[in-house]
Design a protein around this ligand. Structure first.
Ligand code: ACM
Length: 544
């Protein structure tokens, strides 16, 4: 039997006599604590096969049984078929049970990924199966940038489904940037009244001459956010909200001009940015700015509870220091605080929010620039400019999420051919992502323990809608998921051909889910964007 699981499990035995048949008589016996998976199985398998999965007793034949065994690691599970057409999933915690159920769905074939039976409710079968599985990393993430292009709530919920289907458990939600503020903050309504939309948008790379003259925007109400967070929790996904400061802040400054360096630029004349790149309009290092963002974070902490959002991301990337150099007010601040210069001013800014978040029981995480001028105590780092920041941080005892742009930025083109839509950055194929190694060999054993895991990042400058996001993300997210979950050998020893063989089945699952992935043979005609300038680069950062 070829079970073609992605990500690959630790061990899968398929010898034996008893299989499992899912049909209208199959019951679902859910032990206490397994309610999320019970609901999810009814919603997904119940709908796909048109079966009720009625509640059943533990010893019943024809059943799916869900159990918790605390002797297993929290995200570990066992999935075993039993005599009597039954299957039992035992997890070390509710999360482990849920990952086991995701495996069951894959085992039941691509039709298990549909919302209703295609061609009549049919029974689904699996042969004898005995799977033992656990993740390599506790942080298996994807970052989605909903600022550059807004993704409606329904698309965000769908992405949570897609993460869960690949056993990914962290959703890094990039909610603010120069091009749009996407979360309702009750005490500052202009953040969304003004900051959530722009009148036009650069179409393609910033050097492109094309503009999309359609107004673009959107934001999530606080109830939308609560729904997204609750939906993620149902799927055992933690959400890391990101409010990017002190750079990438033009949308906020255009809503509240006093947040900017008013002694350097006429911030009242700024609008939400309509093009791409690193923006010079950064926050002013004033007490007013600190109080303002404390107000923002107060609402963020309320929307993203500690249980499912222990980490809060404060960005910290790409903050040009030019305005601080020119600003008498910023220079006076540097003097008053006894700082060595603008880098230390950035560090002071980050430390302020590190202390503020720590006092409220949360942990700060930021892009690796937060290392400049001294890393805040207890802060964790998203290492994006390669491995170096992550290595330095881990060696200094800080926790790290590895997401180097050279390997796992999914906005980068996935083929060197002329048909890639709006090609940006490096060529990073499915195989390249499959050979990504989150723990660089240079790290000693002690420092390596600080690598919490890995994350694929999806920046959406050239992704105007869900379909474009799908194209960039898939199939590469499947390879990334296997890297983050499965205990793969060293990159050069990974059997990519074997993975590709399993992908043949996985494409059928993605088809059933309606994912607009890049086909192995290249983009379909309607996935191309002829004439829209990208910025293909060999060997240099893309800096879109
Ligand atoms: C980043 O890509 N600027 C984190």
């Amino acid at each position: 039997m070829n079970i073609d699981l992605i990500p690959a499990p630790v061990r899968a035995g398929d010898q034996g006599r008893c299989g499992f048949l899912l049909d209208a008589s199959t019951t679902l016996a859910a032990a206490p604590g397994t309610g999320t998976t019970e609901r999810w199985l009814r919603e997904t398998l119940g709908a796909a096969f048109g079966v009720p999965l009625a509640p059943g007793g533990e010893g019943a034949e024809h059943s799916v049984r869900l159990l918790i065994d605390p002797a297993l690691e929290p995200e570990e599970y066992r999935l075993t078929t039993l005599p009597g057409n039954s299957v039992v999933i035992t997890g070390g915690s509710p999360a482990g049970v849920f990952w086991g159920a995701q495996t069951l769905r894959q085992l039941l074939g691509p039709q298990a990924f549909r919302r209703a039976p295609a061609g009549g409710a049919a029974p689904a079968a699996l042969g004898f199966t005995d799977i033992e599985d656990r993740p390599r990393f506790g942080w298996r993430g994807m970052m989605l940038d909903v600022s550059r292009h807004f993704l409606p709530k329904a698309d965000v919920l769908r992405y949570l489904d897609l993460l869960a289907a690949h056993k990914l458990n962290v959703f890094h939600f990039h909610l603010t940037d120069d091009q749009g503020w996407r979360v309702e903050i009750k005490r500052y309504p202009r953040l969304t009244e003004v900051g959530a939309w722009r009148s036009r948008t650069k179409y393609g790379h910033r050097a492109s001459e094309l503009w999309d003259e359609t107004p673009h925007g959107g934001y999530y109400t606080q109830d939308d956010i609560r729904e997204i967070v609750a939906y993620a929790a149902e799927q055992h996904i933690r959400v890391v909200p990101e409010i990017d400061i002190p750079g990438h802040s033009q949308a906020a400054i255009s809503a509240y001009p006093e947040l900017g360096n008013t002694d350097v630029v006429d911030t009242a004349a700024l609008t939400v940015w309509d093009t791409w790149g690193v923006n010079p309009n950064v926050l002013a290092p004033t007490d007013h700015t600190l109080r303002f963002f404390e107000g923002v974070f107060e609402e963020i902490l309320e929307l993203f509870p500690a249980a499912t959002s222990p980490f809060v991301h404060i960005g910290g990337d790409e903050c040009p220091k030019d305005q601080w150099k020119q600003s008498p007010a910023a220079q006076a601040r540097i003097k008053e605080l006894g700082l060595a210069g603008e880098d230390e001013l950035q560090s002071w800014f980050i430390r302020h929010f590190d202390n503020w978040l720590t006092a409220r029981g949360r942990r700060l995480i930021g892009w690796d620039e937060i290392l400049e001028g001294g890393l805040a105590d207890g802060a964790a780092v998203s290492s994006w400019r390669g491995y170096a920041g992550g290595i330095a941080a881990a060696e200094a005892g800080h926790d790290v999420v590895m997401c180097p742009e050279q390997q796992v930025y999914l906005d980068h083109r996935q083929h060197g051919g002329p048909d890639e839509p709006m090609p940006i950055g490096y060529v990073r194929t499915l195989e390249d992502v499959y050979r990504f190694e989150p723990v660089p060999p240079a790290l000693g054993e002690e420092a390596a323990r600080h690598v919490l895991g890995a994350q694929a990042n999806v920046w959406t400058e050239v992704m105007q809608n869900r379909s474009r996001v799908d194209y960039q993300v898939f199939p590469r997210l499947a390879a990334f998921a296997e890297v983050a979950w499965s205990a793969l050998p060293a990159p050069a020893d990974r059997d990519f051909a074997e993975f590709e063989g399993r992908m043949a089945t996985h494409y059928g699952r993605l088809d059933a889910l309606g994912v607009d992935y890049r086909p192995p043979g290249g983009p379909l005609p309607w996935q191309r964007r002829p004439g829209v300038l990208g910025r293909p680069i060999e060997g240099a950062p893309p800096n879109v």
